[in-house]
Design a protein around this ligand. Structure first.
Ligand code: PEP
Ligand code: MG
Length: 540
């Protein structure tokens, strides 16, 4: 038995086989071929295999995420049949007498550059698609496969680290747990693990070796331990621990339908954070009173191009309808920093967390922002949607947002498209600047939601992504708590309400402190709703 210690990001015990997430590291060489006909035939065979893979993916996506999102796999199939694309590959093979891998890689590069240089944002987005389909063909030609092998049974996923976009693409029903070498407990991947209710251990370091692929493993998400080839005694102890945990969770079930009220009668709303429509089941199962944070950027992360107004509208509408009149706070896209999307074409930055992200992108690329706002205002007709803006630092930004909203509403009106006139508007309080001017901000908005993950990062000047700094990243720091208190007082002074949607909202050691501060809402991972309700009901 091998025992490896890391950091826990979500409790629970999972027992199963370890499966390594593979990233492609192909080296494409240019080699001479004698028989160009054979080489061309080899390419065509690989292309046919790719097309049939894409057909299967389309069917799966149709079931999982609906037709609008599945479309991309149909577009990819069409790209592989594109005459210009095929002609370029054949031409390179025949005239240069070279291998198919080289011809595909060169064609992909050329086409991607051509698309990227076009003026139209939609066509620019095709650059990522042509690279993506070509990678698929290259994988087949080189006999490698990226991502996760077909899983017959649910497994524990091991990796050096997982990007948020990689995590969201995993088939969640097949993931028992996450075990990674690196990563920080405040990363979005860790947040996703908590949202998906999946035991996870990070920071296992080099001790997590590729050779453990396929071995029996256990994650103890309470202590942050990974066991490989567990001995009988450990397995038994862990099975018992898992049983106890499940019993505890069953006990929490009894809290369903109960109020979030302290012994002295103080009430507080408990909402849930989501990143995806597929999290809705967990929200309803855990009896959350609403959605306090829908991280809409995951819609962008899951796509290979800007999601259209219709795609977004149908997702927001589905969430609003499923929540049946309960509050659904949708945050406009918060791309940038660790959440990178190729098709946004963002420059590499030395300090991405302090860089071009979130509202800064929206205010300087209003066409992207307006598409999202149109979808939101239209979907608001179908439920109780509120809109929230991330990374605000000034009143000026809020006024600019309102101007853009007015334009959007005017446009919808003149096009005769139904939309909701009065949508509740709020901002994230996640920069020290927003706290310091919170009295003025509160005059402009209906609510605040404190993003303690970023507020801690910016208040303490500690990169939330840097795992080496985890011991210094202290969201209990008096400076952070003073910031929350100040924002709460200023919100209430101006008649706005205030909640927390950062991870600290679920910190049961602070529940009483937050109640004393008079916070109106706490929005937490779905799995934390009932433990938080229990804690609130135990408070005086
Ligand atoms: C936060 O910063 O606390 C927050 C909720 O936003 P995100 O974690 O998505 O940056
Ligand atoms: Mg944030």
């Amino acid at each position: 038995m091998v025992t490896i210690s890391g950091k826990s990001v979500f409790g629970g015990v999972s027992i199963g086989k370890l499966l390594f997430y593979q990233r492609n590291e192909k080296v494409i060489k240019r080699t001479h071929v004698d028989n160009v006909d054979e080489e061309w035939a080899r390419f065509q065979q690989a292309k046919d295999t790719a097309v049939s893979q894409l057909k299967k993916l389309y069917d799966k996506a149709l079931d999982d995420v609906g037709e609008a999102n599945a479309m991309i796999f149909e577009i990819h199939q069409m790209m592989l049949e594109d005459l210009d694309y095929l002609e370029s590959i054949e031409n390179i093979i025949r005239t240069q007498e070279v291998n198919a891998e080289y011809a595909v890689a060169t064609t992909a590069d050329n086409f991607a550059k051509m698309f990227a240089a076009m003026d139209d944002a939609y066509m620019q987005g095709r650059a990522a698609d042509v690279k993506d389909v070509s990678e698929r063909v290259l994988d087949i030609l080189c006999g490698v496969s990226g991502g996760i092998k077909e899983m017959d049974e649910p497994c524990i996923i091991a990796a050096d680290d997982l990007a948020p976009s990689e995590t969201v693409q995993l088939d969640k029903s097949k993931v028992l747990g996450f075990a990674t070498m690196y990563g920080s407990s405040n990363s979005h991947t860790a947040i996703l693990a908590r949202t998906m209710n999946i035991p996870a251990v990070i920071g296992l370091g080099e001790a997590l070796r590729q050779e453990y692929d396929g071995k029996d493993a256990i994650i103890d998400g309470f202590t942050g331990t990974l066991y490989i080839d567990p001995d009988e005694a450990t397995r038994k102890a862990m099975e018992e621990k898992r049983e106890k945990d499940l019993e505890q969770k069953a006990l929490l079930e009894t809290l369903k339908g109960k109020e979030n009220v302290t012994k002295s009668g103080q009430k507080i709303n408990v909402y849930a954070n989501i990143g995806n429509v597929s999290d809705l089941g967990a929200v309803l199962k855990n009896d959350a009173g609403g959605i306090g944070l829908f991280r809409s950027e995951f819609l962008y992360l899951e796509n290979t191009d800007f999601p259209t107004e219709e795609q977004q509208f149908s997702v927001y509408k589905q969430v609003a309808e499923s929540m049946a009149g309960k509050k659904v706070i949708i945050r406009t896209l918060d791309i940038g920093a660790d959440k990178q999307v190729d098709y946004f074409g963002l420059d590499k930055e030395d300090n991405p967390a302090l860089g071009y992200r979130a509202i800064r992108i929206c205010l300087t690329r209003p066409e992207i922002f307006k598409t999202q706002l149109r979808a939101l205002y239209r979907a608001a007709v179908f439920g109780n949607i509120s809109i929230m803006f991330p990374m605000i630092i000034s009143v000026k930004e809020v006024l600019k947002i309102k101007e853009i909203i007015a334009e959007v509403k005017e446009e919808l009106k003149s096009e005769g498209i139904p939309y909701k006139e009065d949508v509740e508007l709020g901002i994230m309080i996640e920069t020290p600047a927003s706290v310091m001017v919170s009295r003025d901000l509160a005059k402009e908005v209906d609510f605040f939601s404190v993003g303690t993950n970023d507020l801690t990062q910016y208040t303490l000047a500690i990169d939330r992504q840097n795992s080496k700094l985890d011991e210094f990243y202290d969201p209990h720091h008096p400076a952070v708590l003073a910031m929350i208190k100040m924002a709460a007082e200023n919100a209430h002074a101006e008649g706005a309400w205030i909640g927390i949607c950062g991870e600290l909202g679920a910190d049961l050691e602070l529940t009483e402190t937050f109640l004393k501060m008079g916070l109106d809402e706490l929005s937490v991972s779905p799995s934390m709703v009932l433990p938080l309700r229990k804690k609130i009901r135990e408070c005086e």
